[in-house]
Design a protein around this ligand. Structure first.
Ligand code: ACO
Length: 333
């Protein structure tokens, strides 16, 4: 749908997680770990895991339906669907499958890969389409099923991740732009710190024509490097986004970080001098759900009444790429 350029408001949010649960005690029967180690080092108590029959696109569609319902619009009102994921059902992407499941017959849909920064990148991308007047109603979905890509024999990574989806509806909002500022970065020179890399074996098709065929490996992570990166870059990127919004840390009602590790969240809050009471967290129940973690946490905070319309949220995603970004927005119209 075409129209004149307007501001953006986030008018609906929803989330969905698989029913299956795996507690830290359950995990300690699979690898050499303990509830105490996992809780102390990460803050995670349990994670929801997708059963084999559950498609990423179905999980994403379930979250999207709740967001549409809150926004009071139907799937056929949606102009654009952005799916932030690293774990699509299909290498060609899953956004179109979500479009079909929703019956969003007028929408164009595509995937966006920016790992755990994907939701923030998706929100910023949605706002650009709305600001230019090209689209009025955009669904941004962050969904990941990383349990399919974890090495369940590697205790240094398998304890961290969980599966889930979260979605928001971004709508044209006239003069009132609720996305107040943003800042995004990437540094591919650090890609090896966190990766799901492709391992291709050379195959010769004919003389002097060779290709690679193989599979993706499981998640490899240098935990210490990712930790150092996150606590250095996240406070910085939030401060830059606040500066762009002409705001300061004192104006922030809620700090909403990618739910990777409680220690990262505590350190970032401390470096920004933001009180712990203003930090939204639900990591303990879900683990690190990658692109889903920010909307999954915000959905709970909005539905429980903690986050109220007009409040200022400083959100930051960070992860593989490496990528990191922050968006400062007001919740609601
Ligand atoms: N249970 C018990 N012991 C363990 C476990 C486990 N699950 N995992 C590792 N250990 C052991 C190690 O083998 C090591 O033992 P050793 O001293 O005998 O060699 C010891 O615990 C310490 O291991 P470290 O890796 O040094 O532990 P660290 O304190 O760095 O904590 C952690 C590891 C939690 C992964 C931390 O580095 C971290 O939080 N990093 C950030 C990771 C992250 O958040 N990644 C995701 C962000 S991006 C995204 O979301 C995709």
């Amino acid at each position: 749908m075409k129209g004149s350029g307007t501001g953006t408001a986030i008018t609906g949010i929803g989330s969905a997680v698989p029913e299956q649960l795996l507690s830290n005690d359950d995990l300690s029967t699979i690898v050499d770990t303990s509830d105490e180690w996992i809780k102390t080092r990460t803050g995670i108590s349990q994670r929801h895991l997708a059963p084999p029959s559950l498609l990423l696109s179905q999980l994403g569609a379930n979250a999207a339906l709740r967001a549409l319902d809150m926004a009071g619009i139907t799937a056929s009102d949606v102009d654009l669907i952005l799916l932030a994921t690293s774990t699509a059902d299909d290498m060609f992407g899953s956004a179109c499958q979500i479009q079909a499941l929703l019956g969003a017959d007028h929408a164009v849909a595509f995937d966006l890969t920016a790992a755990c920064s994907g939701f923030v990148v998706g929100l910023v991308t949605a706002a650009q389409f709305i600001r230019t007047g090209v689209y009025r109603n955009v669904l941004v979905i962050g969904a990941d099923i990383l349990s399919r890509w974890v090495d369940w024999n590697d205790r240094s990574t398998c304890v961290l991740f969980g599966d889930g989806a979260g979605a928001i509806v971004c709508q044209a909002n006239g003069e009132n732009d609720r996305l107040l500022g943003f800042e995004m970065h990437s540094d591919g020179s650090l890609a090896q710190a966190l990766s799901i890399s492709y391992n291709g074996q050379s195959q010769t098709l004919q003389e002097e024509v060779a290709i690679a065929q193989g599979n993706y490996e499981s998640i490899k992570m240098n935990g210490k490097e990712v930790y150092r990166f996150a606590v250095a870059k996240v406070p910085e990127v939030i401060e830059k986004a606040l500066y762009r919004a002409d705001l300061t840390v004192q104006d922030v009602d809620w700090l909403l970080l990618h739910q990777a590790n409680q220690r990262i969240m505590d350190t970032v809050a401390e470096r920004l001098a933001i009180d712990n009471a203003k930090v939204l967290t639900n990591l303990s129940k879900y683990g690190n759900t990658s692109a889903a973690s920010i909307p999954l946490c915000l959905d709970e905070a909005v539905r429980s009444g903690r986050v109220r319309p007009g409040q200022i949220i400083a959100a930051s995603g960070f992860g593989a790429g490496l990528t990191w970004g922050a968006a400062i927005f007001k919740w609601g119209k």
